[in-house]
Design a protein around this ligand. Structure first.
Ligand code: ZN
Ligand code: ZN
Length: 155
């Protein structure tokens, strides 16, 4: 099988391969906001989707749609409907492969969405404390590439 993209959840319990990426979108609907815990749902069509490690759990968010997620770490993974399966763009190992080309359901768009790119950066006085925090971080996130075994050694 040809592979256009790989990806998985944050903890690495669920991994997938996609043969061909379809249309990439952001959806402003209230269900996507809730399902992603975010301001919108970033999704890309996933033709030839294959689960290579584990399986997602699913929640039927309506009579027409199931949403897949990792039951262990909670990462949102799929949007599944009669027309096919879409995958969460942020779950791809390389989200740059799926730049969105369309906005869906603009009626539910959050009022501040259009101003996000105008936000200032972190205040100077917080920067030192933040670099100390970052220096102490031990990363448990699965890397952005395929792994033969995971987790690596004793956690
Ligand atoms: Zn997980
Ligand atoms: Zn939506």
């Amino acid at each position: 099988m040809s592979v256009a993209a790989t990806g998985g959840c944050q903890c690495g319990a669920v991994r997938f391969r996609i043969a061909r990426l379809g249309r990439a979108s952001i959806c402003h609907c209230r269900m996507c906001q809730k399902a992603f815990g975010g301001f919108f749902g970033p999704l890309v069509g996933a033709k030839g989707l294959e689960w290579t490690r584990g399986q997602p759990s699913r929640f039927a968010s309506s009579n027409l749609v199931k949403r897949g997620f990792c039951a262990r770490c909670g990462t949102p993974l799929t949007y599944e409907y009669e027309g096919g399966v879409e995958i969460a763009i942020g779950a791809l190992d390389d989200p740059e492969l799926a730049p969105p080309t369309v906005e869906l359901n603009p009626a539910d768009k959050l009022s501040f969405f259009a101003h996000l790119h105008d936000l200032p950066g972190r205040p100077e006085k917080e920067a030192a404390a933040n670099s100390a925090f970052l220096a102490s971080v031990v990363n448990h996130q699965h890397p952005d590439e395929e792994t033969a075994a995971w987790p690596k050694g004793p956690a």
